[in-house]
Design a protein around this ligand. Structure first.
Ligand code: DAK
Length: 258
Protein backbone atom coordinates (compact mmCIF):
# COMPACT_ATOMS: atom_id res chain seq x y z
CA UNK A 1 0.00 0.00 0.00
CA UNK A 2 1.27 3.48 -0.84
CA UNK A 3 1.03 5.65 2.24
CA UNK A 4 0.45 9.39 2.01
CA UNK A 5 0.08 10.51 5.62
CA UNK A 6 2.64 8.27 7.27
CA UNK A 7 6.13 7.02 6.46
CA UNK A 8 6.67 3.34 7.11
CA UNK A 9 10.12 1.80 7.46
CA UNK A 10 11.80 -1.14 9.08
CA UNK A 11 14.96 -0.86 11.15
CA UNK A 12 16.12 -4.43 11.56
CA UNK A 13 13.44 -6.14 13.66
CA UNK A 14 11.66 -2.86 14.41
CA UNK A 15 8.67 -1.53 12.48
CA UNK A 16 8.76 2.26 12.39
CA UNK A 17 5.76 4.46 11.63
CA UNK A 18 6.27 8.21 11.33
CA UNK A 19 3.15 10.34 11.30
CA UNK A 20 3.70 12.71 8.41
CA UNK A 21 1.35 15.62 7.87
CA UNK A 22 3.81 18.39 8.73
CA UNK A 23 1.56 21.13 7.31
CA UNK A 24 -1.04 20.28 9.98
CA UNK A 25 1.29 19.29 12.85
CA UNK A 26 0.39 15.67 12.11
CA UNK A 27 -3.31 16.23 12.81
CA UNK A 28 -4.96 12.84 12.70
CA UNK A 29 -7.41 12.67 9.82
CA UNK A 30 -9.34 9.59 8.74
CA UNK A 31 -6.83 8.73 6.01
CA UNK A 32 -3.89 8.88 8.43
CA UNK A 33 -5.68 6.66 10.92
CA UNK A 34 -6.61 4.17 8.16
CA UNK A 35 -2.99 4.09 7.05
CA UNK A 36 -1.72 3.68 10.60
CA UNK A 37 -4.12 0.77 11.14
CA UNK A 38 -2.92 -0.82 7.90
CA UNK A 39 0.75 -0.42 8.89
CA UNK A 40 0.03 -2.07 12.24
CA UNK A 41 -1.75 -4.94 10.41
CA UNK A 42 1.31 -5.46 8.21
CA UNK A 43 3.86 -5.31 11.04
CA UNK A 44 1.78 -7.53 13.28
CA UNK A 45 1.59 -10.19 10.58
CA UNK A 46 5.33 -10.05 9.85
CA UNK A 47 7.31 -12.59 11.92
CA UNK A 48 10.56 -10.67 11.49
CA UNK A 49 9.13 -7.65 13.32
CA UNK A 50 9.34 -7.84 17.11
CA UNK A 51 8.34 -4.34 18.14
CA UNK A 52 6.78 -1.23 16.60
CA UNK A 53 7.68 2.43 17.16
CA UNK A 54 5.21 5.21 16.39
CA UNK A 55 6.62 8.71 16.21
CA UNK A 56 5.98 12.15 14.72
CA UNK A 57 8.29 15.07 14.04
CA UNK A 58 10.43 17.09 16.40
CA UNK A 59 7.68 19.73 16.57
CA UNK A 60 4.65 17.48 16.90
CA UNK A 61 3.82 13.87 17.61
CA UNK A 62 0.25 14.86 16.69
CA UNK A 63 -1.72 18.01 17.51
CA UNK A 64 -4.96 16.07 17.77
CA UNK A 65 -7.68 14.80 15.51
CA UNK A 66 -8.09 16.96 12.42
CA UNK A 67 -10.36 19.81 13.53
CA UNK A 68 -10.92 20.99 9.95
CA UNK A 69 -12.15 17.54 8.95
CA UNK A 70 -14.59 17.12 11.83
CA UNK A 71 -15.85 20.68 12.45
CA UNK A 72 -18.94 20.51 10.22
CA UNK A 73 -20.01 16.95 10.98
CA UNK A 74 -23.48 16.49 12.50
CA UNK A 75 -24.39 14.12 15.28
CA UNK A 76 -25.96 11.79 12.69
CA UNK A 77 -22.76 11.89 10.60
CA UNK A 78 -20.49 10.89 13.49
CA UNK A 79 -22.98 8.36 14.84
CA UNK A 80 -23.71 6.63 11.53
CA UNK A 81 -20.13 6.47 10.33
CA UNK A 82 -18.98 5.53 13.85
CA UNK A 83 -16.71 8.53 13.50
CA UNK A 84 -13.05 7.49 13.45
CA UNK A 85 -13.77 4.85 16.08
CA UNK A 86 -13.41 2.00 13.60
CA UNK A 87 -9.68 2.53 13.14
CA UNK A 88 -8.61 4.39 16.29
CA UNK A 89 -8.33 1.43 18.60
CA UNK A 90 -6.10 -0.60 16.25
CA UNK A 91 -2.91 0.40 18.05
CA UNK A 92 -4.38 -0.59 21.41
CA UNK A 93 -5.33 -4.00 19.98
CA UNK A 94 -1.86 -4.75 18.62
CA UNK A 95 -0.43 -7.83 20.35
CA UNK A 96 3.16 -6.85 19.62
CA UNK A 97 4.65 -4.07 21.72
CA UNK A 98 4.18 -0.53 20.43
CA UNK A 99 6.35 2.31 21.73
CA UNK A 100 5.30 5.94 21.28
CA UNK A 101 8.30 8.23 20.78
CA UNK A 102 6.81 11.64 21.47
CA UNK A 103 8.53 14.94 20.74
CA UNK A 104 6.67 18.24 20.66
CA UNK A 105 2.89 18.38 20.85
CA UNK A 106 0.82 15.34 21.76
CA UNK A 107 -2.58 16.97 22.11
CA UNK A 108 -6.12 15.68 22.10
CA UNK A 109 -6.20 12.60 19.88
CA UNK A 110 -2.39 12.78 19.72
CA UNK A 111 -2.14 12.33 23.47
CA UNK A 112 -4.79 9.60 23.27
CA UNK A 113 -2.90 7.78 20.52
CA UNK A 114 0.33 7.93 22.55
CA UNK A 115 -1.51 6.51 25.56
CA UNK A 116 -2.84 3.61 23.45
CA UNK A 117 0.76 2.55 22.89
CA UNK A 118 2.47 0.34 25.49
CA UNK A 119 4.73 3.04 26.80
CA UNK A 120 5.78 6.54 25.94
CA UNK A 121 9.35 7.76 25.57
CA UNK A 122 9.27 11.54 25.67
CA UNK A 123 11.58 14.03 24.02
CA UNK A 124 12.57 16.81 26.39
CA UNK A 125 10.33 19.23 24.44
CA UNK A 126 7.22 17.03 24.65
CA UNK A 127 3.92 18.64 25.63
CA UNK A 128 0.87 16.58 26.48
CA UNK A 129 -2.66 17.87 26.73
CA UNK A 130 -6.37 17.30 26.21
CA UNK A 131 -7.44 20.72 24.93
CA UNK A 132 -10.79 19.60 23.47
CA UNK A 133 -12.63 21.73 26.04
CA UNK A 134 -11.33 24.80 24.15
CA UNK A 135 -13.26 23.53 21.12
CA UNK A 136 -16.49 23.04 23.01
CA UNK A 137 -16.14 19.29 23.16
CA UNK A 138 -14.38 16.61 25.19
CA UNK A 139 -11.80 13.86 24.52
CA UNK A 140 -13.29 11.09 22.39
CA UNK A 141 -10.63 8.39 22.21
CA UNK A 142 -10.00 7.57 25.84
CA UNK A 143 -8.54 10.86 27.10
CA UNK A 144 -10.79 11.13 30.12
CA UNK A 145 -10.22 7.44 30.91
CA UNK A 146 -6.61 6.52 30.12
CA UNK A 147 -5.15 9.85 31.25
CA UNK A 148 -6.93 9.49 34.60
CA UNK A 149 -5.45 6.02 35.07
CA UNK A 150 -1.98 7.30 34.18
CA UNK A 151 -1.81 10.52 36.19
CA UNK A 152 -4.68 10.33 38.68
CA UNK A 153 -7.94 12.23 38.95
CA UNK A 154 -6.65 15.62 40.01
CA UNK A 155 -4.22 16.19 37.15
CA UNK A 156 -6.46 14.54 34.54
CA UNK A 157 -9.41 16.62 35.67
CA UNK A 158 -7.39 19.85 35.56
CA UNK A 159 -6.06 19.02 32.09
CA UNK A 160 -9.47 18.10 30.70
CA UNK A 161 -11.25 21.06 32.30
CA UNK A 162 -8.67 23.76 31.58
CA UNK A 163 -6.67 22.43 28.59
CA UNK A 164 -3.47 22.95 30.56
CA UNK A 165 -0.56 21.16 28.93
CA UNK A 166 1.92 19.01 30.80
CA UNK A 167 5.59 19.30 29.89
CA UNK A 168 7.94 16.32 29.70
CA UNK A 169 9.22 16.73 33.27
CA UNK A 170 5.73 16.76 34.75
CA UNK A 171 4.69 13.89 32.50
CA UNK A 172 7.56 11.77 33.77
CA UNK A 173 6.89 12.74 37.40
CA UNK A 174 3.24 11.80 36.95
CA UNK A 175 3.86 8.43 35.35
CA UNK A 176 2.52 9.37 31.92
CA UNK A 177 5.87 8.67 30.25
CA UNK A 178 8.47 6.11 31.12
CA UNK A 179 11.50 8.34 30.47
CA UNK A 180 12.68 11.61 29.00
CA UNK A 181 15.31 11.61 26.26
CA UNK A 182 16.97 14.65 24.60
CA UNK A 183 14.80 15.28 21.54
CA UNK A 184 17.61 14.77 19.04
CA UNK A 185 18.27 11.31 20.49
CA UNK A 186 14.64 10.27 20.89
CA UNK A 187 14.21 8.16 17.77
CA UNK A 188 17.57 6.40 18.16
CA UNK A 189 16.73 5.58 21.76
CA UNK A 190 13.26 4.31 20.84
CA UNK A 191 14.74 2.07 18.11
CA UNK A 192 17.36 0.82 20.56
CA UNK A 193 14.74 -0.12 23.15
CA UNK A 194 12.52 -1.68 20.48
CA UNK A 195 15.46 -3.69 19.14
CA UNK A 196 16.22 -4.95 22.63
CA UNK A 197 12.60 -6.07 23.04
CA UNK A 198 12.73 -7.76 19.61
CA UNK A 199 15.69 -9.88 20.72
CA UNK A 200 13.68 -11.41 23.55
CA UNK A 201 11.24 -14.29 23.32
CA UNK A 202 8.33 -12.94 21.27
CA UNK A 203 5.67 -15.04 23.03
CA UNK A 204 7.06 -14.08 26.46
CA UNK A 205 6.92 -10.43 25.44
CA UNK A 206 3.33 -10.77 24.25
CA UNK A 207 2.35 -12.57 27.43
CA UNK A 208 4.01 -9.92 29.61
CA UNK A 209 2.22 -7.18 27.69
CA UNK A 210 -1.12 -8.93 28.05
CA UNK A 211 -0.60 -9.37 31.76
CA UNK A 212 0.38 -5.73 32.44
CA UNK A 213 -2.62 -4.56 30.41
CA UNK A 214 -4.89 -6.79 32.51
CA UNK A 215 -4.03 -4.56 35.48
CA UNK A 216 -6.10 -1.82 33.86
CA UNK A 217 -9.16 -3.95 33.42
CA UNK A 218 -9.65 -6.00 36.55
CA UNK A 219 -9.35 -6.14 40.31
CA UNK A 220 -5.97 -6.79 41.95
CA UNK A 221 -7.00 -10.28 43.10
CA UNK A 222 -8.25 -11.28 39.63
CA UNK A 223 -5.20 -9.72 38.01
CA UNK A 224 -2.81 -11.63 40.24
CA UNK A 225 -4.70 -14.87 39.51
CA UNK A 226 -4.49 -14.16 35.79
CA UNK A 227 -0.76 -13.44 36.08
CA UNK A 228 -0.14 -16.69 37.96
CA UNK A 229 -1.92 -18.81 35.35
CA UNK A 230 -0.23 -17.09 32.44
CA UNK A 231 3.13 -17.33 34.25
CA UNK A 232 2.53 -21.07 34.63
CA UNK A 233 1.84 -21.29 30.90
CA UNK A 234 5.32 -19.94 30.08
CA UNK A 235 6.73 -23.23 31.44
CA UNK A 236 5.29 -24.91 28.35
CA UNK A 237 7.56 -22.81 26.15
CA UNK A 238 10.90 -23.85 24.71
CA UNK A 239 12.02 -20.25 25.25
CA UNK A 240 11.54 -20.54 29.02
CA UNK A 241 13.70 -23.68 29.09
CA UNK A 242 16.32 -22.00 26.92
CA UNK A 243 16.28 -18.71 28.87
CA UNK A 244 16.85 -20.41 32.21
CA UNK A 245 19.40 -22.88 30.80
CA UNK A 246 21.34 -20.01 29.23
CA UNK A 247 21.44 -18.25 32.60
CA UNK A 248 22.80 -21.40 34.23
CA UNK A 249 25.36 -21.87 31.41
CA UNK A 250 26.36 -18.18 31.63
CA UNK A 251 25.64 -17.60 27.94
CA UNK A 252 23.25 -15.54 25.84
CA UNK A 253 19.90 -17.28 25.23
CA UNK A 254 18.93 -18.31 21.71
CA UNK A 255 15.20 -17.77 21.67
CA UNK A 256 13.17 -19.58 19.01
CA UNK A 257 9.92 -17.76 19.70
CA UNK A 258 8.12 -20.88 20.77
N1 DAK B 1 -6.43 19.89 13.30
C1 DAK B 1 -6.24 20.50 12.10
N2 DAK B 1 -5.24 21.37 11.83
C2 DAK B 1 -4.38 21.62 12.83
C3 DAK B 1 -4.50 21.03 14.11
C4 DAK B 1 -5.59 20.09 14.33
N3 DAK B 1 -5.79 19.44 15.50
N4 DAK B 1 -3.51 21.48 14.91
C5 DAK B 1 -2.79 22.33 14.13
N5 DAK B 1 -3.31 22.40 12.89
C6 DAK B 1 -2.82 23.20 11.77
C7 DAK B 1 -3.13 24.68 11.97
O1 DAK B 1 -4.46 24.98 11.59
C8 DAK B 1 -2.10 25.33 11.05
O2 DAK B 1 -2.55 25.22 9.72
P1 DAK B 1 -2.50 26.49 8.71
O3 DAK B 1 -3.19 27.59 9.41
O4 DAK B 1 -1.02 26.76 8.57
O5 DAK B 1 -3.16 25.99 7.46
C9 DAK B 1 -0.90 24.39 11.20
O6 DAK B 1 -1.42 23.16 11.68
C10 DAK B 1 0.13 24.91 12.18
O7 DAK B 1 -0.55 25.17 13.40
P2 DAK B 1 -0.41 26.56 14.21
O8 DAK B 1 -0.16 27.71 13.26
O9 DAK B 1 -1.57 26.68 15.10
O10 DAK B 1 0.94 26.27 15.02
P3 DAK B 1 1.38 26.88 16.41
O11 DAK B 1 2.79 26.43 16.61
O12 DAK B 1 1.07 28.34 16.47
O13 DAK B 1 0.45 26.19 17.52
C11 DAK B 1 -0.66 24.27 18.55
C12 DAK B 1 0.59 24.80 17.76
C13 DAK B 1 -0.52 22.76 18.61
C14 DAK B 1 -0.64 24.84 19.97
C15 DAK B 1 -1.96 24.70 17.82
O14 DAK B 1 -1.86 24.34 16.43
C16 DAK B 1 -3.20 24.06 18.39
O15 DAK B 1 -3.71 24.49 19.40
N6 DAK B 1 -3.74 23.06 17.67
C17 DAK B 1 -4.99 22.41 18.02
C18 DAK B 1 -4.80 21.49 19.22
C19 DAK B 1 -6.11 20.84 19.62
O16 DAK B 1 -7.09 21.54 19.94
N7 DAK B 1 -6.16 19.52 19.58
C20 DAK B 1 -7.35 18.74 19.91
C21 DAK B 1 -8.15 18.49 18.66
S1 DAK B 1 -9.68 17.61 19.02
C22 DAK B 1 -12.22 10.22 18.55
C23 DAK B 1 -10.86 10.17 18.47
C24 DAK B 1 -10.13 11.31 18.69
C25 DAK B 1 -10.72 12.53 18.94
C26 DAK B 1 -12.08 12.58 19.02
C27 DAK B 1 -12.85 11.44 18.81
N8 DAK B 1 -13.02 9.05 18.35
C28 DAK B 1 -12.35 7.76 18.19
C29 DAK B 1 -14.44 9.07 18.48
C30 DAK B 1 -9.84 13.66 19.15
C31 DAK B 1 -10.23 14.96 19.14
C32 DAK B 1 -9.18 15.98 19.12
O17 DAK B 1 -8.03 15.69 19.12
Amino acid sequence: MAYQCIIVETRGPVGLVRLNRPQALNALNAQLMDELAKAIDVFEAEDAIGCIVVTGSEKAFAAGADIKEMQSKSYMDVYKEDFITRNWERVARCRKPVIAAVAGYALGGGCELAMMCDFILAGDNAKFGQPEINLGTIPGAGGTQRLTRFVGKSKAMEMCLTARMMDAEEAERSGLVSRIVPKDQLLDEAIKVATRISELSAPAVMIAKESVNRAYETTLAEGVRFERRIFHSTFSMADQKEGMQAFIDKRKPQFKNK
